[in-house]
Write a protein that binds this ligand. Structure first.
Ligand SMILES: [Zn+2]
Length: 73
């Protein structure tokens, strides 16, 4: 990759991480750019912040029903 590609990639990953916070309630099943896992499987529920430091992936086998808690009226 060229330097520009690398920079663009870093920016894209950063933006994705930001969006994973902003749209937290709606993007649980979105795949992460870095590790391709769904956001909901990340240790903190957010996308990875960089290619060098992918987050731990957790899969909850006991609570697969995944009851949604509605915060909005
Ligand atoms: Zn990830």
């Amino acid at each position: 990759m060229t330097d520009i590609d690398t920079k663009a990639r870093q920016v894209a990953v950063k933006i994705e991480h930001l969006m994973s916070m902003v749209e937290y309630d709606y993007n649980r099943d979105e795949p992460c750019l870095v590790c391709k896992q769904k956001y909901k499987h990340h240790i903190d529920g957010l996308a990875c912040e960089s290619d060098d430091n992918p987050k731990q992936i957790v899969r909850f086998t006991t609570s697969s029903t995944n009851k949604k808690i509605k915060l909005k009226p």
